[in-house]
Design a binder for this molecule. Structure first.
Ligand SMILES: [Zn+2]
Length: 408
């Protein structure tokens, strides 16, 4: 049994037109009119494929195909929202490959023991409403429903109101539900599979993540009359921290990445010495202990930089997500599937968060990665070749069928 690549490609093209940018990318922010149109299109296709469609209180859309026995379902899914001027692969590829697997099962009349279904999660990107992965977060019981409803976008619009406005505030309780397994196909968003010429990544888990925020307070003063010898410049201390953070992964060794992505300078004008700077630090590593070492280094770096410039520093390590290890049984099923197809693959860790991270807390979970051209994502240049997509989708098909108890 194999998926139909022509049908999959046609669906990718049709869905990709909803929110398409002039340069061939995608802007389909969560709960926008484009999101509604994309969801409507998908729901229509899901019904045509014979799925029973339900919507939960967070607007997560489920489509189920009954099994031969009354057992918990094998779910496949991802998200259909995008970042602004993002690409047509992140998220929607996972949703469309899940749909293609279900279309294939329907066409063949395959009736595994477990029901097999798909889910479209609400607001995975966190581009419009924070936090990211809010739909799966509520489903997994990690984010209270009321907090999610009260999340507001930049214009002050409430997530709960926007769900209702686009017609996706469903009646089904958004609570952990039993599942045999959750499988998510996603683009790698990194360069490894492409560099190694492999079409499929068997994802073993998601790296540990730690976020810190630093506020440096110096003395705001005039850029002209203030001699250099009496300055306490918060931005100069921040620059030292930014440079030193860049060196931490090399000092720690292994696969750590470290990023200062946000810098707020006050007053941020040409003729004043910056009195206050705040910045963010993001560390990711497969190994928890490495992150702990990095946070210790950051403490010492900040102390030294603040002392040299005569500024005060407030450093807060405020968010830490442990490494997510996917279920060994599901990971093995994905690997057996890709072996059966006879195509190149490797085991890999995800450096980015996904809905699978929350799903792993409530059911056995695994992921399938396909390559990203030049490792790029969250941009209009995001691209994955159809040959690779076909291998990934067939891996998803065989793994889901095995987990659902089908003979393929
Ligand atoms: Zn994604």
């Amino acid at each position: 049994m194999r998926i139909d690549r022509t049908r999959l490609a046609a669906s990718m093209e049709a869905l990709g037109r909803v929110g398409e940018t002039p340069r061939g990318g995608l802007t389909r922010l969560a709960l926008s009119d484009e999101d509604r149109r994309g969801r409507d299109l998908l729901v229509g296709w899901m019904r045509e494929a014979g799925l029973t469609v339900t919507v939960d209180q967070m607007g997560n859309v489920f489509g189920l195909r009954a099994g031969s026995d009354a057992l918990p379902p094998v779910l496949m899914g991802s998200h259909a929202d995008s970042v602004p001027t993002g690409g047509k692969y992140d998220g929607q590829l996972g949703v469309l490959c899940a749909l293609e697997v279900l279309r294939t099962l329907a066409e063949r009349g395959a009736r595994p023991r477990h029901p097999v279904g798909m889910v479209i999660f609400t607001n995975e990107e966190g581009a419009r409403f924070q936090p990211a992965m809010i739909g799966s977060g509520v489903l997994a019981g990690k984010i209270p429903l009321e907090d999610a409803y009260n999340a507001r976008d930049r214009d002050g619009k409430r997530l709960g109101d926007e769900l209702e406005r686009i017609g996706y505030l469903g009646p089904e309780p958004c609570i952990p539900r039993p599942a045999r397994a959750y499988l998510e196909l996603h683009i790698e968003q990194g360069p490894i599979l492409e560099e190694e010429g492999l079409p499929v990544g068997v994802v073993e888990g998601i790296v540990a993540i730690a976020w810190s925020r630093l506020t440096l307070t110096g003395v705001q003063d005039h850029a002209g009359p203030t001699p250099m010898r009496i300055r306490h410049d918060a931005l100069v201390a921040a620059a030292e921290v930014v440079r030193a953070v860049r060196e931490i992964p090399r000092r720690v060794g292994g696969d750590m990445v470290a990023t200062v992505g946000r810098l707020d300078v006050s007053p941020n004008i040409p003729n004043a010495i910056p009195g206050r700077v705040s910045l963010s630090v993001d560390f990711r590593d497969p190994d928890e202990a490495a992150i702990t070492r990095a946070l210790g280094m950051l403490d010492r770096i900040v102390k030294g930089a603040a002392r040299r410039e005569g500024v005060t520093a407030e450093l807060e390590h405020y968010w830490r997500v442990p490494r997510t290890n996917f279920d060994p049984g599901v990971v093995d099923a994905v690997e057996r599937a890709v072996r059966a197809l006879g195509c190149g693959h490797r085991r890999i860790l995800s450096g980015a968060g996904h809905d699978a991270q929350y799903m792993a807390a409530i059911c056995p979970t695994g992921m399938v990665f396909v390559p990203s051209r030049a490792g790029r994502s969250h941009c209009e240049e995001e691209f994955t070749a159809l040959d690779d997509i076909e291998h990934g989708a067939n891996t998803l098909l065989l793994a889901a069928a095995e987990l659902a108890g089908a003979s393929v």
